[in-house]
Design a protein around this ligand. Sequence first.
Ligand SMILES: [Fe+2]
Length: 286
Amino acid sequence: MTSSPLTLFHLSDIHFGLEDKRALAWVREEITARRPDAVVITGDHTMRARHHEFAAATRWINALEVPVTIAIGNHDMPYFNLFERFTTPYKRFEGMKALVEREIDLPGLAIVPLKSVRRWQPRTNWSKGWVTEPALERCLAMLDRLPAGTATLISVHHPLREVGTHGTALTHGGEKALAELAKRGVLGVLSGHVHDAFDIAEPTPEGTVRMIGAGTLSQRTRSTPPSFNELVWDGENLTVAVRNLEHVPSEAMLIEDVPADAMPPRTPGEPVAPVGQVPAVDPPVH
Ligand SMILES: [Fe+2]
């Protein structure tokens, strides 16, 4: 039980290099004015993991004067330099490494990291998620060390959806991870990657887990304008508001299912939020 409600801002997929400057300035102002108890950023801080993109991300994130934890996204791994990708894949996080996959302990609530990226994968698409056994074990060990009765949220880049609407694996190992998290009664799994927000009760053999996704703060929008999630935990209920500059209500910002992939153009049948803004292509990456 918490003494007073906790407020968390869940941001994702800022993609410095192709960030939405207006949205980001607004989020910074909101954080300064509201001072949430923590900010969770679920990965894809950069567009192509370039040094200047990491420098901008590091400056922006380090300037936040509240507790921050960040997850590593597939776009944050060296993209052009394969040698570095294989040998020191997280070197570019140097300037903010204290925040990377950091556990945050608030009164009655803990935010626990889970890694879903790999430096290589035995399949052609390395942008998809993969929760390895060691990564899951690290996360579960952190959960198991918490005092009994602590409410927990998981921070991970990829939604832990093994099979999407079209039967494509989005996150290898996701199903097992979800079941283990359900067994431990986590409050929710916070993720990003698909650039639209969602709040889904996902059934697993061990019970239901709430999967909460934040949209993007970049120009790579999918079916909703740039947004972030404001979470309030009052010790009993966790509420999610999808905040955006267009004042679109939360319900209209949420997709009803997690798409099998995170790339436009969208194909018929893929989940699209009721707000209905569907750009055909991403803005070009320079
Ligand atoms: Fe991603």
